[in-house]
Design a protein around this ligand. Structure first.
Ligand code: SAH
Length: 513
């Protein structure tokens, strides 16, 4: 029997990619086809296997739809009938103004098996992230979700304005920005107090969130002046007055700060996560990338002749990972290394070896190249053959001191540091002065960013004059200063957590001035 496909209609949540359900995330991991909307955060696609088929279904109010609803329905049916696991990912909750019902009806009509996973709807998130409890015993015991965008072809309103206006405590309008003048006029006309507080929240639960408050009488004006455009939600009701006490999201120390992180992708996550936890909007613009070496022949020859070596040395987790990846490509595994003794420069490298089932025979007291050389020399290396897989360019102290002691050292490159291309959105953000802060965590992040920008030496300080600079330590700071950049933030201890703390303090102090 052929494999049976299935469609999972999954709520992506309102914006923050961590607001998807555990189940939704798991299903993304199983998807063979994923069909996603404009409102579903693209970061969620990182949970999907790169081998899957990715289909952008579009749908942005006002712009031309990428695919019509009929086409989307047809794609879901076709892929499922072809035996695929399909995840249809929709912003918020699929059954709340998401046309989820229509898509499921179509699947049912074609006999396609399906399941639906609810999501955090944007009304709930927008209110919460704007500091408004959607219900509160002292203010309201009812809430309504209403579309602010009735089908333009509809002759008569299907919304019972007379009943809603005074019959429900909290009113939340989806897709209501264009229609805001009509919405407020209808509510006032049917008896709601013009002084009722209203909050409008754009891109709720994302670093781009913006919110404004007003009253039914003036919110249209407030929204126009603030330039708020869709997607945004309109929350009407007395509960909005609680925002003064509860507004927590927008008060985080780095809210609304765009921060460029220049570390390599492999190393950026701790810094990015800590900054985002404080509210920052991080741009990941790696200035360092790791790549395969230009030629694998030296390594392949060495691994073909392992028995000739007495020692195999690893000086970084990267070297371990690239070494074993190549071994696997060549159809080999750890058993190939049974001959020589194996040394790791430090605990991180030793742990990386453990992942491949190898226990290091030697770990020096000091976790540096010098420390490793010392430990090996203490064992006596004269006449021994040593294999050192490492970066294409690296410090020479280790091989030099081993050779001086009479060892024969074969250096084989297993990876190289390269300058990755600069993403267009990052270049644009810097050119348009949208970046508030750049973080530098080593001198090479400074020199590489400058190389990538390719601005003249005179141009650089001027073009970056509006951007704050954080450097992890004095050497990095000196490199930035040599390029004419003013370093605004430098932590006392040269660690990532200390740097994050210094950044938060800097912006808190700036906000109080
Ligand atoms: N199914 C979705 C709603 C889709 S209708 C849900 O459950 O949230 C599209 C409308 O949802 C937008 O016009 C806007 O009013 C609202 N919306 C969705 N995400 C939003 C967000 N992050 N911030 C503010 N409004 C949002």
């Amino acid at each position: 029997m052929s494999k049976k496909g299935k469609v999972y209609l999954v709520g992506a949540g309102p914006g923050d990619p961590e607001l998807i359900t555990v189940k939704g995330k798991r299903l993304l991991g199983r998807a063979e086809v994923v069909v996603y909307d404009y409102l579903a955060n693209k970061k969620l696609l990182s949970h999907v296997s790169p081998a899957a088929i990715f289909i952008y279904a579009g749908k942005k109010g006002g712009s031309t739809h990428t695919h019509s609803q009929t086409e989307i329905n047809q794609m879901l049916v076709d892929h499922a009938l072809a035996g695929k696991i399909v995840v249809r990912l929709k912003g918020g909750d699929p059954f709340i103004f998401g046309r989820g019902g229509e898509e499921i009806e179509e699947l049912a009509a074609h006999g396609v098996p399906f399941e639906v996973v609810p999501g955090v709807t944007s009304a709930s998130a927008a209110a919460t992230y704007a500091g408004v409890p959607i219900t509160h015993r002292a203010f309201t015991s009812s809430v309504a979700f209403i579309t602010g965008h009735e089908d333009p072809n509809k002759k008569e309103s299907r919304i019972a304005w007379d009943k809603l206006a005074t019959g429900v405590g909290t009113l939340v309008f989806y897709m209501g920005i264009k229609n805001l003048p009509n919405i407020t006029a209808n509510l006032i006309k049917h008896g709601r107090d013009p002084q009722t507080p209203v909050a409008v929240v754009r891109w709720a639960s994302t670093p781009e969130q913006r919110s404004v408050v007003g009253t039914l009488a003036n919110i249209t004006e407030v929204v126009r002046e603030a330039g708020i455009t869709p997607p945004a939600l309109v929350v009407v009701g007395e509960v909005v007055s609680l925002r003064e006490v509860i507004n927590w999201y927008e008060k985080r120390p780095l809210f609304n700060k765009k921060i460029l992180v220049t570390r390599s992708r492999e190393q950026a996550s701790e810094l990015v996560q800590s900054l985002e936890d404080l509210g920052a909007d991080c741009l990941e613009g790696a200035t360092i990338a790791l790549a395969e070496p230009p030629d694998w022949t030296p390594l392949d020859q060495a691994t073909g002749n392992m028995a000739a070596y007495q020692w195999l040395l690893f000086t970084s987790p990267n070297a371990v990972n690239f070494f074993f990846k190549r071994l696997a490509v060549m159809g080999l595994d750890s058993r190939r290394l049974h001959g020589p003794q194996i040394a790791a420069v430090g605990t991180a490298t030793a742990e990386a070896l453990q992942d491949y089932g190898i226990k290091a025979d030697l770990l020096p007291a000091k976790f540096t190249a010098e420390g490793l050389a010392e430990a090996l020399l203490a064992q006596g290396v004269a006449g021994q053959k040593i294999l050192l897989p490492r970066a294409l360019k690296a410090r020479e102290v280790l091989p030099e001191s081993l050779r001086a002691a009479g060892a024969e050292v074969d250096i084989v490159p297993v990876y190289q540091n390269i300058l990755p291309p600069m993403a267009d959105d990052i270049r644009r953000a810097l050119e348009q002065g949208k970046v508030d802060l750049i973080t530098f965590t080593s001198s090479s992040t400074v020199t590489n960013l400058i190389a990538l920008l390719n601005w003249s030496a005179e141009e650089l300080p001027t073009r970056l004059s509006g951007v704050k600079i954080a450097a992890i330590g004095p050497i990095t700071a000196a490199t930035a200063e040599q390029a004419g950049l003013q370093v605004d933030i430098q932590p006392e201890t040269h660690t990532i957590p200390a740097m994050v703390e210094a950044i938060a303090e800097y912006f808190a102090a700036a906000a109080n001035n």
